[in-house]
Design a protein around this ligand. Structure first.
Ligand code: ADP
Ligand code: MG
Length: 756
């Protein structure tokens, strides 16, 4: 029996999923696999594990496992469920890549999907679990897809062995055909239970015009208007990335300063002048608004253009039609108005957890909450009290070219499904409004759904993991959505070239060779590589790292390359002259530090990898403090992640070769000259297919190739970035970690490759 606090029990009863407890538990009892759909916020993640617990799924020693695509969700949901159930975190626990609080008493375990995949490698039958819940399946993350494919088999095997296990797939959208209609996945389609969410109507307001470039400014303006004119209620703004989030936060804080000691507390201090003014303003501005903009522009009649189209959620609600705010740009910058304070919080996945947790707490009295977020706020976290959503309609995604391997981050339109999810965030506690910063014509051109991640990224790591699970014919795997065959072929080729898979036979009929190429068995080296939770190229480096005592250095370099973005970016625009000179000073200091870490001679040839090694070494030597990171241009959170990953990789190396005897040394001395030479050889073995050759003067036909490098697969030149340690050296041959396309195609993580 679970002993919940009365207020928790009361809050639970309001969740739509509670009404379906019986239906869900019946279905789980009768079926091996059940699909549960319900709007974000309906209580799936927090309640379903509790249903299973109360129905006894954890009483016979089995664990209820819940997978989340995001680490943030795994951690915060485990805490929430522990609180709701009045149980310790030793019973309701979490495990993410680097950390966890699982004990032998753990009954409900939240984890990232990657963690469960690793566990399948250790015990294919997952015998310690009685149920697995795959949460947020609609996100279609790569690991989610693979897990569903594997679990469809594992559940069947467990039943055959008389150790039944249940599988529950939970989705925030109704688009589950890829799971239910896929006969290779489930021969009999699993039942689908729909939770009717108590969603309040959300009125969707489209812009008449669609700003193409300045949607960030438009988001800022719209938020200001909402705050100045509309009744109380939290505002949630969707933007595409961290830089945008910070820029809008900064501008909003400036426009509506919130100073903790200036805030009046309505309950305790009802007489002060400031509060009266505040209340008066609120009243004046929050009563039913005229249809015309208060800002005295936009004369378009409302029934023209795109205004007032209702979308999605609830089509016959009309109550908010006079809350349109227009979308004409405003020339004037907002004047600071401290009388209506706005409590502005950023939310994105790289933000520190303490900062993220702030959005769950009520805003200070007298201030309106405004969360400026990336799409992390779309489904996994439910922020209380949101009444207004401002949606820029875009999303930043990493694009990856399957043929050339070039990555780029691009801001593109989101899908209709995502836009409707975003709008839905406004109707959790009462009727709400969603302001879309684009026209309904643009919306109707959005794709209906976002495509599964597995079709958009390299799959070499997955193929290696699957081969290690003895799934030789990866092409035959029951993927909910299979990756492209080019992606599978290039993954297999890379793994063969790294020595992780056996060479296919070179003779025979063409078709047979094709087929053989896609079913190469794993080698012992491949098994060792699969034990390291990093990309295969880096795993290869770890597998070679034992020469000349290089292992601790290789572990550090691999950890830094895996965590990425370890340096603070200073490319943001300064808001004042003073800030601009401060920024310039910091930039100068940071590049000085990077030159120092790059070293001389042999070290310099190791290039950006030496800089990473030097940065981590120096940071750890100084005790890895926020102060050190701040002063030297390092991202503190990245440094903490590198520290954890170093620990984890060190353990993995010791486990794979019991006599390796490596340990994590905070006072790691710099590598010797001969170690650096050796490090470079190891790096070349891992990045061998990422080779680029400098264009020679006599080949310079076109000026665009000046200082450019030629790679085997690209017709265009690639370059060494000005921030690289090798920017001035321009070695004849280099290997690189990746190619990123920004203003040009730039190699990142460059290391010299020519013979000495
Ligand atoms: P779903 O998984 O269906 O999206 P959840 O189970 O995550 O729904 O959320 C159910 C409710 O629990 C939401 O109303 C949400 O606001 C609330 N909730 C979730 N986490 C917390 C938290 N850390 N603190 C307070 N309330 C929370
Ligand atoms: Mg959820």
């Amino acid at each position: 029996p679970v002993d919940r606090l009365p207020e928790i029990q009361e809050a639970r009863l309001k969740l739509p999923v509670l009404a379906e407890e019986q239906v869900i538990m019946e279905a789980v009892k009768e079926n091996d696999c059940v699909v549960l759909c319900g709007e974000t916020g309906s209580g799936k993640t927090t309640q379903v594990p509790q249903f299973l617990y109360e129905a006894g799924y954890a009483s016979a020693g089995g664990v209820i496992g819940v997978t989340e695509p995001r680490r943030v969700a795994a951690v915060s949901m485990s805490h929430r469920v522990a609180t709701e159930m009045n149980l310790s975190t030793g019973v309701v626990s979490y495990q993410i890549r680097y950390e966890g609080n699982v004990t032998k008493d753990t009954k409900i375990k939240f984890m990232t999907d990657g963690v469960l995949l690793k566990e399948i490698q250790k015990d294919f039958l997952l015998q310690k679990y009685s149920v697995i819940i795959i949460d947020e399946a609609h996100e279609r993350s790569v690991y989610t897809d693979i897990l569903i494919g594997l679990l469809s088999r594992i559940v069947a095997l467990r039943n055959k062995k008389g150790l039944p296990m249940k599988l529950l797939i939970m989705s925030a959208t109704l688009r589950v055909e890829d799971f239910t209609e896929n006969k290779r996945l489930f021969r009999t389609p699993p039942p689908v239970i729909k939770v009717e969410a108590r969603q309040f109507p959300v009125t969707v307001h489209f812009n008449k015009r669609t700003p193409m470039e300045d949607y960030v400014a438009e988001a800022f303006r719209k938020t200001c208007k909402i705050h100045r004119m509309l009744p109380p209620g939290g505002i949630l703004v969707f933007l595409t990335g961290q830089a945008e989030v910070h820029s809008v936060c900064r501008r909003l804080r400036k426009a509506f300063p919130y100073r903790p000691n200036n805030i009046q507390h309505p309950e305790t201090d009802d007489t002060s002048e400031g509060l009266r003014k505040f209340k008066k303003q609120k009243q004046k501005k929050s009563v039913s608004l005229p249809r015309i903009d208060l800002d005295n522009y936009s004369a378009l009649p409302v029934d023209e253009g795109d205004e007032d189209r209702q979308a999605g959620i609830d089509d016959d609600d009309d109550e908010g039609s006079d809350l349109d705010l227009g979308d004409q740009p405003e020339d004037t910058e907002e004047k600071a108005d401290p009388s209506i304070p706005l409590y502005v919080l950023p939310l994105y996945s790289l933000l520190a957890p303490e900062q993220q947790a702030k959005v769950f707490r009520p805003p200070p009295p007298g201030a309106r909450l405004c969360v400026v977020a990336t799409n992390v706020a779309e489904t996994s976290l439910t922020i209380p009290g949101i009444k207004y959503v401002v949606d820029c309609g875009r999303v930043k995604k990493r694009f990856y070219d399957q043929v050339t391997g070039v990555s780029s981050f691009k801001v593109t339109w989101t899908s209709q499904a995502s836009a409707n999810q975003r709008a839905g965030r406004a109707g959790r506690t009462e009727a709400g409004h969603c302001y879309r910063l684009y026209s309904s014509a643009v919306f109707s051109d959005f794709s209906q759904f976002s495509e599964a991640e597995i079709t958009r990224r390299p799959v070499d790591d997955l193929v290696l993991q699957m081969k290690d699970l003895n799934i030789e014919k990866v092409v035959n795997f029951p993927f909910p959505t299979p990756p492209s065959s080019e992606a599978l072929v290039s993954a297999e080729q890379l793994l063969i070239s790294l020595g992780a898979l056996e060479e296919p036979p070179r003779q025979g009929r063409m078709v047979d060779m094709e087929r053989a190429r896609l079913s190469c068995p794993i080698t012992p080296l491949g098994r060792a590589m699969a034990a390291f939770p990093v990309a295969p190229r880096y795993a290869k480096m770890l597998a070679l790292g034992r020469q000349q005592g290089c292992m601790p250095y290789i572990i550090t370099i691999v950890a830094a390359m895996t965590v990425r973005e370890i340096f603070e970016e200073l490319d943001r625009p300064a808001s004042s002259e003073e800030e601009s000179s401060k920024l310039a000073g910091r930039k100068a200091r940071f590049s000085q530090m990077r030159r120092l870490w790059a070293g001389q001679g042999q070290s310099l040839l190791l290039g950006d990898l030496m800089v990473m090694l030097g940065a981590v070494g120096a940071c750890e030597f100084a005790g890895c403090t926020p102060k050190f990171c701040e002063e030297n241009g390092l991202r503190y959170k990245a440094m903490l992640e590198i520290r954890r990953l170093r620990g984890q990789l060190t353990n993995a190396v010791n486990a794979v070769c019991s006599d390796a005897g490596v340990c994590v040394d905070n006072k790691m001395p710099p590598p010797t000259e001969s170690q650096v030479v050796c490090l470079r050889q190891i790096v070349l073995a891992g990045l061998g297919d990422h080779l680029a050759r400098r264009v020679q003067a006599e080949e310079l036909l076109d000026p665009k190739w000046r200082n450019g490098y030629k790679t085997p697969l690209l017709d265009e030149p690639v370059f060494i970035h000005p921030s690289s340690a090798l920017h001035k050296e321009l070695p004849e041959f280099v290997v690189y970690q990746e190619i990123m396309e920004t203003t040009k195609m730039y190699m990142r993580g460059v290391c010299a490759a020519q013979a000495d």
